[in-house]
Design a binder for this molecule. Structure first.
Ligand SMILES: Cc1cc2nc3c(=O)[nH]c(=O)nc-3n(C[C@H](O)[C@H](O)[C@H](O)COP(=O)(O)O)c2cc1C
Length: 162
C-alpha cells in the first residue's frame, strides 16, 4: 500500500473477527513500530504482546473506553521508560499504519489505571503505561466519518504567519 493511501484511509476499528492474526504478521507490525523516531533516538518503548483472552478482558477494565481490548485478536501494550507522550504517539502511529498496510485494523485504548494494568502484565512498576493498541481483522466497517472525517486543511494551516 502506498504510504499516502494508508494515511488517507486508516480508521479506528473497534470490532474484530475471531480470526487469529499469524505471528509472522504481528512481528512485521512490531518491526515497523521499533523503527519509529524518538527524542535523541532513545527508543524508550517496550511492547507487551497479549493474545490470552483472560488477560485481554482484564486489561479492558483498566480504561473507561477500553472495552474493545477484550475482543482483540491481540493487544500491543506500549510501555515507556519516561512520560514522553510524543514518542508513544510516534510508535503507535507506526504500529497502526503498518498494521493497516497488512490488513490488520486497530484502535487505541487509553489506560486510566496504569498501576493495575502493569500488575496484570507483570511489567515493572517504574514504566509508564498510557496506551494499548487493540488489533485484529475488522468485523465492522468503521463508523461513517462526520463530514469529511477531519478538519479541512484551511481550518488548521497558517502560511507564513497566523
Ligand atoms: C491519544 C489517543 C487516545 C485514544 N483513546 C481511545 C480510547 O480510550 N478508546 C477508544 O475507543 N478510542 C481511543 N482513541 C481513538 C480515537 O477515538 C480515534 O483515533 C479517533 O476518533 C479518530 O478515529 P478515525 O481515525 O476512525 O476517524 C484514542 C486516540 C488517541 C490518539
Amino acid at each position: 500500500m502506498e504510504t499516502l493511501h494508508a494515511i488517507r484511509t486508516k480508521r479506528a476499528v473497534r470490532k474484530y473477527s475471531e480470526q487469529a492474526v499469524p505471528e509472522e504478521i504481528i512481528r512485521k507490525i512490531l518491526d515497523a513500530g521499533r523503527r519509529a523516531q524518538s527524542s535523541k533516538n532513545t527508543q524508550p518503548w517496550q511492547f507487551v504482546i497479549v493474545r490470552e483472552r483472560a488477560t485481554l478482558k482484564q486489561l479492558a477494565e483498566c480504561g473507561r473506553f477500553a472495552a474493545h481490548l477484550a475482543h482483540a485478536a491481540f493487544v500491543i501494550a506500549i510501555l515507556t521508560a519516561r512520560e514522553w507522550a510524543f514518542d508513544t504517539g510516534q510508535v503507535a502511529a507506526y504500529l497502526q499504519l503498518a498494521a493497516w498496510d497488512l490488513g490488520v485494523s486497530s484502535c487505541i485504548a487509553s489506560i486510566y489505571e496504569p498501576a493495575r494494568a502493569k500488575k496484570i502484565l507483570g511489567a515493572p512498576d517504574e514504566l509508564f503505561f498510557e496506551i494499548a493498541l487493540a488489533c485484529g481483522y475488522a468485523a465492522e466497517a468503521p463508523h461513517a466519518p462526520k463530514i469529511g472525517g477531519r478538519k479541512k486543511l484551511a481550518e488548521i494551516a497558517h502560511w507564513e504567519k497566523w
